[in-house]
Structures are given as C-alpha cells and as structure tokens.
Design a protein around this ligand. Structure first.
Ligand SMILES: *[C@@H]1O[C@H](CO)[C@@H](O)[C@H](O)[C@H]1NC(C)=O
Ligand SMILES: *[C@@H]1O[C@H](CO)[C@@H](O)[C@H](O)[C@H]1NC(C)=O
Ligand SMILES: *[C@@H]1O[C@H](CO)[C@@H](O)[C@H](O)[C@H]1NC(C)=O
Ligand SMILES: *[C@@H]1O[C@H](CO)[C@@H](O)[C@H](O)[C@H]1NC(C)=O
Ligand SMILES: [Zn+2]
Length: 504
C-alpha cells in the first residue's frame, strides 16, 4: 500500500515534496534528451495505452476515496473531503515524477459545497414521490419543519411582481422556466416565503441546483409536472392546500484547487488544452465519474513524455465540477484576453468507461459554437469510423467543463460514455450492454467503484484521447484560427444545464 501511505503523508502535512518517489519505468530522462526523442506520433502514443495500467490506477483511486470514510461514512472524493485532497496529491505527484517535461501549477479558488442530510415535503395529504431538494439549497428555518398554505406564483416567478402578498409566511409554488432556479428561490425568499417548490412544465421530476448561494434563498424543492397537476387544479379552483417542508442541509464555503500541467516544450502561443474533473459527488467514490477521465489524462500525460511536441499541451484537472463547473468556470473567466487567445481548443473528458456504455460524441457544430468545435467533433467521428466502431451524437448543452470555454469563444468538444440516460434497443445492437438501463447504473452513487468501469470502453476512449492530443500537439494545420471571445448566442439558447444539474 505504498501509494496510500505516501498519500497520507501528503494530505496531512507540507511534506509532500519529501516523499521518496520510486523510479518508474515510464519515467524518462528529461534533460537534453529532447533531441533523441521522436516527434509525437498518434499511433505510437496510442500503442502505449494499456488497460492494465488504467485498472491499476483505478484501484489506487479507490484507496484514495477511502480517505473520505471517516467524515462521510463511505468512500468519496467530494471537494473538501480527504478523498479529494488525496486525489489532488496523487495527480500532482504523478506529474511531478515526470521531471521538467511539465510545468505544474495549482489554482486555488473559493467553492461552495452543499450537503443535504434529510428532507421531507408534504402537500395536502400527499407525500409526493418526485419531490427532491435542489442542490445548494439552504435548510428550512432552524432545520425544523415549516408549514403554511401553498401559494401559486404568477407566470414563471421571474419577477418580484409575480409573487402575491400572501406568499409571505407561506410556501411558494413556482413553475419551472424562463429564469434560473436560484432566481426563483431568491425572489420567493424576498417575498417572505418560508420555502419554495418549483414544479416542472414537463412531466418528469426536476433535479436542479440553486447555484451560487444568496442570503435570500429559501429551502427549495423540485417537483415533477405530473405530481403538480392535481395540486395546481385545486389551487386554481380556489381550494387551499396546506404544506409542510423540511430540509436539513448545509452550504459550506471552502477553498479547493485546479491542477494545470503544461508541456515546457511546444509553441506556448498555440496550446491544445484538455481536462477532466478531479472531484466526485459526496455519495460515492466516483471511479467512473470522473476518476476515469482523470486517470486517462494522467496516463496520456505520462506516455506523452516519450515524445517531442510542436504545440504546447495543457492538461487540467478541475475541482468543483459536481457543484456546478466551479473550477473550469473560475479558470476560464479569469483568463486575461491574450491568454484566452493562446488556447486553440478545449477537449472535455468526463466519464470514459461507463459499464453500459455508448461511444458518445458531443454534437458540437460550428453553427452553434466557436469555429473549430466541428473539426474536433469530426476528428472523433473519423477515428471511431476507421476502427469500425459505432458512435452516437449527444447534445452539447452545458453538462460538463467545456461550458466556460464555449461561452468565452474557445472551440471545444469531447466524448463520453453516458450517465443516467437510458440505453435504447438500437444502442444495444450498436454497443452491446443492456437496453432499458442507465449507461452508468451507479451514476452519482456509492457503487461507482472499481467494478463500475468497462475496461474495453476505457482503453478505446483513452486511445482516442491520445489521438486527439497527438494530432494537435503535432499541428494545427487545417484547424481554424482563433476568433473573438464573444459568447455564442446559439449555444446559450440550447443550454439548460450548468454541470450535472439543471439550473433553469
Ligand atoms: C499543489 O497542490 C498539491 C495537491 O494538493 C500539493 O501536493 C502541492 O504541494 C501544491 N504545490 C504547491 C506549489 O503549492
Ligand atoms: C447536431 O447539431 C446540429 C445543429 O448545431 C443539428 O442541426 C443536428 O441535427 C444535430 N445532430 C444530432 C444528431 O443531434
Ligand atoms: C454497429 O452497429 C450495428 C447495428 O447498427 C451492429 O450490427 C454492429 O455489430 C455494430 N458494430 C460493432 C463493432 O459493435
Ligand atoms: C465491456 O463491454 C463489452 C461490450 O458490452 C462486454 O462484452 C464486456 O464484457 C464488458 N467488460 C466489462 C469488464 O464489463
Ligand atoms: Zn462528471
């Protein structure tokens, strides 16, 4: 268990850099060796990707997640946990071992992290099955149940005038749509509501987040459109419905860290950038989400040191993705304009090994996204096609760390293998696995452990990551020049997510 011991030292003290590092076969002599190294070549880099090495890392990552057990009673790598600090040390030390091939930097940033311990919603005599507290919701007053009449808010509850006076001291019922959930919760709070319920305009439930905390936020639930119907009918008939809401939750503010590693070689004005997220949700160890992407990047970064590059390669391990893309947003929104222009494209690698996988390519077109996104999309497509593998296009709608890049004019895209979506019959024929079940049946759960990765899919996708890095590290020939930093309106309009949860 040497890695774990080393990690314990690292997380508890500043002794990180004194931990003796075992020589590794993948480690290359770096000084003045560059003349002897070959120029990066895609198939040579792909050949160095091995399932054994990835699976060995997965086992280490699970041991690291166990560091979170004391505080959370189960393995986790959620930001603020020892499991996440251990992950950060593991990433940092892995890159450090590669000598001066990379320059590593830590970017510390403030993050909010929410924990929901218990919740209950009663509407009239019913306990709606679909009621779920929104992410980053505050607790109800004094962490006790609150009650009042359910008051239907006008329109979409996006303007203070939508809130009738009688909302004060009662529970607001608000339709989903038009503005962020956080805005609705804040306006409900300002109108004096003791809690709020946002119901869906579609028949499903609403798994949303309030986003950045506001002192006016009130305890807020999401409710399915289906379960809301009978209640709304009663309210519209002027019948009263009393409600009880209870949430025990906390929202903490902490500092966490993005780790960035950039090749010392290669044109620093023309960088290919790629990222995965280092954190998991609180509910589990996150070996597929996004241990898989994190480890794919570490393997590609390790094997890349055997080559020289023409263009700079910049790896990022983002923190706070699960709380709403906090790390990648912080990074991109704080880039000076001249630094923004040096990033030719950003490639997102989140969930590379779902057990019931599909090979999914983000449908990032140049029509809706910065020019170059479509060239990247087509690179993935061509690679799968050349290997006789099937793939599907999936929406490019803000669910992972590419979002900040696209909004700031940087072309982007990526691949994934599926989260809580359901595999279709057609996809069962295309990829194997089981139709009617989630792509990742352990998505955001305790069972996202070492057994929750499909090694075949993981190796295939890590080779594709290697191909994407090799291609652009070698040349940006045929890749569009960078344009302005303006936000694409078309992208904004098709985006409902900001990270894993809906925000409006
Ligand atoms: C950067 O962060 C890593 C992981 O937390 C830590 O081990 C390392 O000491 C930090 N390095 C610096 C220079 O702060
Ligand atoms: C991909 O996106 C474009 C618009 O940007 C759209 O026209 C096309 O139908 C999408 N393809 C799929 C398969 O979703
Ligand atoms: C691709 O999908 C087709 C069905 O659409 C299937 O017949 C074929 O076996 C699949 N190819 C692979 C490599 O799985
Ligand atoms: C990975 O998926 C393939 C295709 O569905 C399947 O044949 C294989 O058994 C899976 N491997 C693991 C380790 O789950
Ligand atoms: Zn993820």
């Amino acid at each position: 268990m040497r890695p774990l011991l080393a990690l314990c030292v690292t997380v508890t003290g500043a002794a990180a850099l004194q931990v003796p590092l075992l020589p590794s076969t993948s480690q290359m002599p770096v000084q003045s060796a560059s003349e002897r190294k070959p120029l990066i070549d895609s198939s040579a880099l792909q050949d160095l990707i091995s399932g054994d090495r990835l699976m060995a890392r997965a086992k280490e990552m699970f041991e690291i997640a166990k560091l979170g057990e004391d505080e959370y009673n189960h393995p986790t790598r959620v930001i603020g946990s020892l499991g996440h600090l251990g992950t950060l040390s593991y990433i940092y030390e892995t890159i450090l071992q590669l000598g001066d091939y990379y320059t590593i930097s830590n970017q510390s940033f403030p993050a909010v992290s929410g924990n929901i311990f218990e919740s209950r919603l009663v509407l009239g005599n019913e306990v709606p099955k679909s009621a779920v507290p929104m992410g980053l919701t505050p607790a109800t007053k004094d962490k006790q149940p609150v009650h009042g009449d359910l008051i239907l808010v006008d329109n979409d509850g996006c303007s203070p005038s939508d809130y009738p006076f009688k909302v004060s001291g009662n529970i607001a019922l608000i339709r989903r749509g038009d503005c962020a959930f956080g805005t609705k919760s804040r306006l409900a709070g300002k109108a004096g509501a003791v809690a709020a319920v946002v119901y869906n305009y579609e028949k499903d439930s609403v798994q949303g987040t309030l986003g950045n905390p506001s002192p006016f936020h009130v305890a807020t639930f999401g409710l399915s459109g289906e379960e809301a119907q009978t209640i709304i009918k009663k309210l519209k008939n002027k019948e009263s419905v009393d409600a009880i809401a209870y949430i025990d939750a906390e929202v903490k503010s902490i500092l966490t860290v993005n780790i960035i590693a950039q090749t010392t070689e290669g044109d620093p004005d023309n960088c290919v950038m790629l990222g995965g997220h280092s954190d998991s949700v609180a509910e589990g160890p996150g070996i597929n989400d996004d241990g898989s992407g994190t480890m794919s990047l570490l393997e590609v970064a390790t094997q890349l040191t055997k080559f020289t590059v023409h263009n700079c390669v910049r790896f990022a391990w983002w923190a706070g993705e699960e709380e709403g893309l906090l790390g990648s947003d912080y990074y991109v929104y704080n880039l000076p304009p001249e630094e923004n222009q040096k990033i030719r494209l950003f490639m997102d690698y989140d969930m590379m090994a779902s057990p019931n996988f599909a090979y999914q390519v983000y449908n990032a077109t140049n029509e809706a996204n910065p020019a170059g996104s479509e060239e990247l999309r087509n690179l993935y497509v061509k690679w799968y096609e050349e290997r006789g593998l099937n793939y599907t296009f999936i929406p490019f709608d803000g669910r992972s760390d590419y979002d900040g890049f696209i909004r700031n004019g940087i072309p982007g895209g990526g691949i994934a293998t599926g989260a809580e979506g359901i595999k279709t019959k057609k996809e069962e024929k295309m990829f194997g696995g089981k139709a009617g079940e989630w792509y990742d049946p352990c998505y955001h759960q305790l069972c996202d452990n070492v057994g929750n990765v499909n090694e075949t899919a993981w190796v295939v996708n890590t080779k594709l990551i290697a191909h994407s890095v090799a291609t652009y590290a070698r040349s940006f020939e045929d890749f569009p020049r960078r344009m302005s930093v303006a936000t694409s309106v078309a992208y904004r309009e098709q985006t409902k997510y900001h990270g894993p949860r809906l925000f409006n």
